[in-house]
Design a protein around this ligand. Structure first.
Ligand code: PLP
Length: 223
């Protein structure tokens, strides 16, 4: 499998202003290093333990994004080095990120994860709650956090029109919030739907298997 060819193929489908988060979960550090050597600097992981194990083994100029559901009691393990937490899905979590960032004297970038899938999903904020949290942040409630934008995951379906509706819904919320305070990041789209996400206004995409190949969970976490 030619990782570099996969990577180039993904890049060729992205307009230059769209940020690529290479989702490296379950893949070993050697493969991450290969994509790093192609010039990629932003990588995404969805589990704290895996991120904490990989972090010391890889170059320090990687910007690590946590993209999976984050338990409040695990924020402390990544607060010192994580670049962006894309998966803020509760006020409690935002409060804890703020607290841990303060301990390290830094500001942590976050995205509010909004529930956009019409299917039942476990994680993500209702859009009205995301809006309320955003206002609380604007009023100074979480001074060690920078809300840089929104993240969403569409329904797992072949129905492109449904996916488009869900992405468009998040884009309209993003535009509304951005009128109140400048935002940088609208993160939506994965291997199966990132061109559609870009079409709907995503300026950041999270692409795993299209770059690294299929994930095998059979041997646990490969490292
Ligand atoms: C795994 C994952 C991705 C990437 O999925 P692919 O289909 O492999 O591109 C994107 N976002 C989140 C939140 C993920 O957990």
């Amino acid at each position: 499998m030619a990782l570099k060819a996969n990577y180039d193929e993904v890049l060729s489908q992205l307009p230059p202003q769209v940020q690529l988060v290479a989702v490296s979960k379950t893949h070993p550090v050697e493969k991450i290093k290969t994509i790093y050597d192609c010039g990629q600097r932003i990588f995404g992981e969805n589990k704290v333990q895996e991120l904490v194990e990989k972090y010391p083994l890889l170059p320090k100029d990687i910007q690590w994004h946590l993209i999976g559901h984050l338990q409040t009691n695990k924020v402390k393990y990544i607060a010192e080095f994580v670049d962006t937490i894309q998966s803020v899905d509760s006020e409690k979590l935002l409060r804890e990120i703020d607290k841990q960032a303060a301990r390290y004297g830094r500001k942590i970038k976050v995205l509010l994860q909004v529930k956009i899938a019409e299917e039942d999903t476990k994680f993500g904020l209702e859009s009205s709650v995301a809006e309320t949290l955003f206002h609380q942040w604007l009023e100074g409630a979480f001074p060690h956090v920078v809300v840089t934008g929104l993240m969403g995951m569409a329904t797992f379906t072949d129905d492109r029109e449904q996916i488009r509706r869900e992405f468009c819904f998040l884009k309209s919320l993003y535009d509304r919030l951005a009128l109140q305070h400048p935002l940088q990041t609208l993160s939506m789209g994965m291997s199966g739907d990132f061109p559609l996400a870009v079409d709907c206004g995503a300026n950041s995409v999270r692409v795993g298997s299209a770059i690294f190949g299929d994930r095998s969970y059979s041997n646990g976490v490969p490292l």
